[in-house]
Every structure is written in structure tokens, then in C-alpha cells.
Design a protein around this ligand. Structure first.
Ligand SMILES: [Zn+2]
Length: 428
């Protein structure tokens, strides 16, 4: 048994002082506020681990390379495709290991990877057709982070359009072929550190007639889908199907309580009603949505309609769960001219996907300094508004230390690894 003594800890009722947390077999065995100082002392505030609900690890290679030509989402996508075309299972694993280490250092204890880079150049399958998926499983294990691997179905290059050469690496011939490819891969799901789920890339990439195959395959497990990130997608969808992307997903049986719609930036009132009625949740990616000029989604309208919200780093333009949580509230302030649309507790709920340090829960914890130049003098309740990834000192996943005193315990020199992998990928 490990005993942690937290100067402050955010419990289900809010921040408390002098909290002893007992950890046995990777789970929380007891939580005692007002406890005498004993065991491993954690100054600052200890929070439930942050959950990164939407990630494309390899997009990290696009950060900090401003291009005067990348003036829209679609030209950014051309840059992203150039990086995608250069990866192989080894470089994918090395880059993802460093990216997941960066996430752990930022306080993420889990990542949901929306994985669509399946095949070799030109779409030729690797000897193991799931080699790229295995690379991500290995990367998450090395970085000590929990992984929900969403194997993403991708069939068409656009509405009724053929695949471009690089898109062939993403694609299976049909949703049936996608499901068949996964048959030997399901054993990666150990029900604990690695979970396998499904994703529909988007209504652009999977025909409506094939959606039920994916919904059926994933029944009872996580199913994610990119939804209405760009107005152009909505317009093309309406022109092709005569329905919005949300309605197409609804007709295809994709919406439901195990489904997470990612972005949901440009919704009609009918879309919102369909999401709420089906129990579908929404993952906002505020730093990506601002980076790509997507627009500001209807976060408080979704929340008020009863749609659960979670948060993701998506394109890795920023890997900082504090910034995502703040972004959810700050975008609301800009859009509506009012403050405090979301309380600190609601922001934490979204950033941790509802996790709480309660008895029986996995011991996934993150400790944040309250004595940095950013956080000094702030109230523990304001940690998400004042703090940032650089203030994370310690991270525990399943009772094991992944980060201690700002140092990753499993990956040597993550910054050097990021630099080496990204430089190699971007070389002319
Ligand atoms: Zn995405």
C-alpha cells in the first residue's frame, strides 16, 4: 500500500486540505481529508488525471511550422497529409512515444487515439495489417499512459469521391474489410491499460450505407466520429445526402450513449436535438478549433441540452489540459459576452471525463504546483484558470509513478526525441 499526503486534493465536493490517499493494487483504497502528514508528501493540489479524449499523435509534427500558404483547414490538411505519407511503423512508434510522454508530463493519464494511418505507402497492407496500431499500443506502454485506441474506418476520399494517393494509406476497401482487419487485433484490449474501440472518420470518409456495420461492430464499446468541424463539410453533406452530417449519423445508427462526436462546431437546432435525444456526448478541442479557424462550437447549448462534454488535444497544436479546459470557458465568453458559463467543477469534469479520486477508482492522479510564478497566490479552486502543463509536478497512473518532480520516469529526454523524430519527418 502507498500513502500519499496531498496538501490539497480536489475531491468530488471540491478542493479539500491535507488529504491522505491510500493506494492498493493500483486503486484508491481510502481518501481522508484533514489527515496528519504522513507518507509521500505532494505539495500543491492533486487532481484526478486528465483525460485526452481526442488525439492524432502524429499531428505533433505540424506544431510550430507556420506556413503562409496554409490559410484554411483544407490547406493545413495538405501539410498533414505530407507528414502522414512519410511515417512507417517504427517512426510512428517513436514519435507517438515522445508525444505520449509530453502528454503525461502535461498531466494526461489517458489518451483516446483516433487512429486512421493504417497501411503502407499507396495503401499496401503491412505484413501485419495492424502494424501501425501495434506501434501506438507500444508507444502508450512506454510512456505509461492509458490508451483507448479507436481504429478508424475510412473508405472514401470525400462524398462519393475516390481516395487521393495518401488517403489510400488510411482506407480499407469497405467497412466489412475494416472489421475483418480488426479480427486478430482485438486481443490488444486488456480491459485496463489498453482498450480497443472504433471510429467513423467522418461522413466524408464513410458512406451512410456502411455506417451500421461500424455501429454494430462497436456495440457497447466506444465509438467516435468527427462531426461538423467545418461549414464546407456541412454544405457538401447536404448537397450529397440532403441531410446534415448529424442526421446522416443518426440514420446510420451511429449516435448513442457510447458515441462521442468530436468538434460538433456547426450544428443546427435539429442536430442538437438528435445528439441530446440519443445520449451522444461531444468532445470539444478548443485549442485545435482555434488553431484551424474552425469556429466556436455551441458548448453551453450542448451542456444545457444535457449533452456530456469532454476535451481533446486533437492536432497537438497545444498539449495542455489546463488550456483546453480554460478554452471551453473562454470561447463561451468571447461568443456570448458573459463570464462563468462553466464552473471550475464543470471544467474539471470535462477535462477528466468525469473521473474523481474516490474509493475504488483507479489511482490516476496529477499534482499541480501552487507556488510557481503562474499559480502563486491563487486559490486551489482556480488552478485550471491559473495553471498550465508546466506546473504539473507528479503524475500517477494505476498506482505507478509516471512523472516525478517534473521528470518522466519511462522516457528519457522526450524533448530531444520529439526534435529528432520531427526533424527527420520534415526533411526535404
Ligand atoms: Zn481529429
Amino acid at each position: 500500500m502507498t500513502v500519499l499526503w496531498c496538501e490539497h486534493a480536489w475531491l468530488p465536493d471540491g478542493p479539500a486540505d491535507a488529504v491522505a490517499i491510500e493506494v492498493t493494487d493500483g486503486r484508491i483504497a481510502a481518501v481522508r481529508p484533514g489527515a496528519p502528514r504522513a507518507g509521500t508528501v505532494l505539495p500543491g493540489i492533486t487532481l484526478p488525471g486528465f483525460a485526452n479524449a481526442h488525439s492524432h499523435a502524429f499531428h505533433r509534427a505540424l506544431r510550430g511550422h507556420p506556413s503562409p500558404d496554409a490559410r484554411s483547414f483544407w490547406t493545413w490538411r495538405d501539410d498533414m497529409y505530407r507528414i502522414a505519407d512519410r511515417l512507417d511503423p517504427d517512426s510512428y512508434r517513436r514519435l507517438a512515444t515522445a508525444v505520449y510522454a509530453e502528454m503525461a508530463l502535461a498531466g494526461y493519464t489517458s489518451v483516446t487515439e483516433f487512429h486512421y494511418l493504417h497501411h503502407g505507402p499507396g495503401g499496401a497492407p503491412y505484413d501485419d495489417p495492424n502494424a501501425m496500431g501495434h506501434a501506438l499500443v507500444d508507444a502508450a506502454a512506454a510512456a505509461g499512459i492509458r490508451l483507448t485506441l479507436l481504429d478508424t474506418c475510412y473508405v472514401t476520399g470525400g462524398f462519393g469521391e475516390a481516395l487521393s494517393p495518401v488517403q489510400r494509406r488510411f482506407a480499407d476497401a469497405h467497412a466489412d474489410a475494416w472489421a475483418e482487419r480488426l479480427d486478430p487485433f482485438v486481443k490488444v484490449d486488456d480491459g485496463d491499460r489498453v482498450r480497443l474501440g472504433a471510429a467513423v472518420h467522418s461522413v466524408r470518409a464513410v458512406p451512410e450505407s456502411e455506417l451500421p456495420i461500424i455501429a454494430e461492430w462497436s456495440a457497447g464499446g466506444p465509438l467516435h466520429v468527427h462531426l461538423s468541424e467545418q461549414r464546407a463539410e456541412n454544405e457538401a453533406c447536404l448537397a450529397f445526402y440532403g441531410r446534415t452530417p448529424t442526421a446522416v449519423l443518426d440514420y446510420g445508427g451511429v449516435l448513442g450513449p457510447d458515441t462521442v462526436a468530436v468538434h460538433a462546431t456547426h450544428l443546427t437546432g435539429d442536430d442538437l436535438t438528435r445528439l441530446a435525444a440519443s445520449g451522444t456526448r461531444v468532445c470539444l478541442c478548443p485549442t485545435t478549433e482555434r488553431d484551424l479557424g474552425d469556429g466556436i462550437g455551441p458548448a453551453s447549448e450542448l451542456h444545457d441540452a444535457g449533452v456530456g462534454l469532454c476535451l481533446g488535444s486533437d492536432s497537438q497544436a497545444v498539449v495542455d489540459p489546463f488550456e483546453e479546459a480554460r478554452g471551453m470557458e473562454m470561447h463561451e465568453r468571447l461568443a456570448h459576452g458573459v463570464r462563468q458559463r462553466f464552473s471550475p467543477a464543470q471544467l474539471l469534469h470535462a477535462a477528466t471525463d468525469g473521473a474523481a479520486p474516490a474509493v475504488g477508482a483507479p489511482a490516476d492522479l496529477v499534482t499541480v504546483a501552487l507556488d510557481s510564478v503562474r499559480t502563486a497566490g491563487t486559490a486551489p479552486l482556480g488552478v485550471l484558470h491559473a495553471g498550465g502543463a508546466a506546473d504539473v509536478t507528479d503524475v500517477m497512473v494505476g498506482g505507478r509513478w509516471v512523472v516525478r518532480e517534473r521528470v518522466h520516469q519511462g522516457v528519457d529526454a522526450p524533448a530531444a526525441a520529439l526534435a529528432a523524430e520531427i526533424t527527420a519527418l520534415r526533411e526535404d
